[in-house]
Design a protein around this ligand. Structure first.
Ligand SMILES: [Zn+2]
Length: 142
């Protein structure tokens, strides 16, 4: 999903892709630290540069979420994987974008929460959904 029309060149061949501005890779690309744990510790200590970077990532996550919410009108969005651990520092930026860019009715009908399943939470959630669907469809009872 493009969020920056004349943005950076992406490895997929497009320009300005959301992941370039709102992902773990985006968080690590513009810092000297190549480790999320180190960034988390710096955030906890109030490192101004890291906090600004996390806020910017949050704003960019929110910009992409606006498109998703306006397209699919989901009941809930779950921020997962390793970015979820940065909730205290991403949340204001995300909600700033949502508050500024979403129509009121869409803003009120979608909640944004953070996964507590840690790394691979998206894979775990998808597997759980598929297993639940299979068991329900085939009426398997345990
Ligand atoms: Zn791309």
């Amino acid at each position: 999903m493009t969020i920056e029309a004349n943005g950076q060149k992406c490895r997929c061949g497009n320009r300005g892709c959301w992941e370039l501005y709102a992902s773990e890779k985006a968080l690590l690309d513009k810092t000297d630290d190549q480790n999320l744990h180190v960034l988390e510790e710096k955030a906890k200590k109030g490192d101004a540069e890291v906090l600004q970077r996390l806020h910017d990532i949050g704003v960019n996550i929110g910009i992409g979420l606006v498109t998703i919410i306006n397209t699919f009108n989901p009941e809930k969005i779950i921020i997962g994987n390793r970015l979820a651990r940065f909730e205290p520092w991403l949340n204001n930026g995300i909600h700033r974008s949502l508050d500024q860019r979403l129509p009121t009715q869409n803003r009120q009908s979608t909640s944004v929460i953070y996964s507590r399943l840690g790394h691979y939470s998206c894979a775990k959630g998808t597997a759980s959904f598929a297993i639940h669907h299979f068991l329900h469809e085939h009426r398997v009872f345990m």
